[in-house]
Design a binder for this molecule. Structure first.
Ligand SMILES: Nc1nc2c(c(=O)[nH]1)N[C@H]1C(S)=C(S)[C@@H](COP(=O)(O)O)O[C@H]1N2
Ligand SMILES: [Mo]
Length: 316
């Protein structure tokens, strides 16, 4: 993550590994423009995040599971993305209906430096990492996905949250003309999600721009999505256009739609059933036998302290 930039050489001995990386970076600076490779920090362009563009050399990030990733084919054809339709096959089928260029993100609310940035300017200072995370949907299926992204904390800190900021609200694209799913009022559009500020700043929480070594396919939330691996999949909001720091707990779409079924926290918890089904087991996409669901989706060691003293049945 703290990879030295070419402009600021580290004032210690340069290791062979760094020389190798430096040369690779140099080579891809030449190749990037010509081939449209999603390249290092100085080289972002609007085209860099176009779905499917190859991501060169993301750093291996922390917290990756050693489990086998779900086949890419399945992770990109079995999706929930209600803006494109409510069936699992709609998002891949209608992916080209999502307009992703140009893309900008507004940073608003309780920050010292609010503003709207073109996506490439938002991304430029960040170094991409690959993190292989489990993702479990509230419906009872799960996947293992090699994400490419960077810690949300790094981005939030740039905009300097004020001392009044306690939550982060995320809003997804709203385009009634182009998004087929938004013609139906299955949710009160746009899709909104939220985190407590300490959850948002947790080092597991990332903004993803890619998966499987390539820029995000539209159906997986291009060009920018949240990934919060210890929470049910619906917290990992896709196609983000606004990030707002707030004093109050945001009203999230799924909670608003069905408050008894979907809470603000939505932590993966095998001990707290959904009102209509158990959450004790899950089916890993591509596998036949069901697995036991783990507390906090297997990330308890990293995140359990965030909820110390909280009644997780009350605050589901
Ligand atoms: N904007 C938006 N984000 C969304 C959704 C959605 O409908 N709209 N569905 C959520 C749900 S329920 C899940 S399980 C995950 C699925 O992510 P994936 O398709 O990349 O596996 O996206 C989440 N993010
Ligand atoms: Mo989900």
């Amino acid at each position: 993550m703290h990879r030295p930039r070419p402009s600021s050489p580290p004032d210690r001995e340069v290791t062979p590994e760094e020389i190798h990386r430096g040369r690779r970076r140099f080579l891809r600076q030449g190749a990037a423009g010509a081939l449209g490779i999603l390249a290092g920090p100085a080289l972002w362009t609007a085209a860099s995040t176009r779905a499917g563009v190859r991501i060169e050399d993301p750093e291996p990030g922390p917290f990756s599971t050693a489990e086998e990733p779900t086949p890419r084919e399945q992770a990109t054809t079995y999706n929930n993305f209600y803006e494109l339709g409510t069936s699992k096959s709609d998002p891949a089928r209608l992916a080209d209906r999502l307009p992703t260029e140009p893309w900008s993100v507004e940073i608003a609310g309780e920050v010292a430096r609010p503003g709207r940035l073109a996506l490439e300017d938002l991304l430029r200072p960040h170094t991409l990492e690959e993190r292989i995370y489990r993702l479990r949907c509230v419906e009872g299926w799960s996947m293992v996905i090699p994400w490419v992204g960077f810690p949300l904390a790094d981005l939030l800190k740039r905009f300097e949250p004020t001392s009044a900021a306690r939550y982060v609200e995320f809003t997804a694209i709203h385009d009634l003309e182009r998004l087929p799913g938004q013609r139906r009022e299955v949710l009160d559009w746009p899709y909104v999600e939220g985190l407590r500020l300490d959850e948002a700043l947790h080092p597991l929480t990332i903004l993803a721009v890619g998966m499987y070594g390539r820029a995000l396919p539209n159906q997986n939330g291009a060009p920018l999505r949240l990934v919060v691996p210890w929470k049910y999949g619906f917290k990992s909001i896709k196609s983000i256009v606004r990030i707002r720091l707030t004093r109050e707990e945001p009203l999230t779409s799924w909670h608003q739609a069905a408050p008894a079924e979907y809470g603000f926290y939505a932590n993966v918890n095998p001990n707290v059933p959904h009102p209509r089904w158990s959450q004790a087991h899950e089916r890993r996409i591509g596998e036949f036998l069901r697995r036991d669901t783990e507390m906090f989706n297997g990330y308890a060691e990293e995140v359990a302290h965030l909820y110390k003293g909280m009644d997780l049945r009350e605050r589901y």
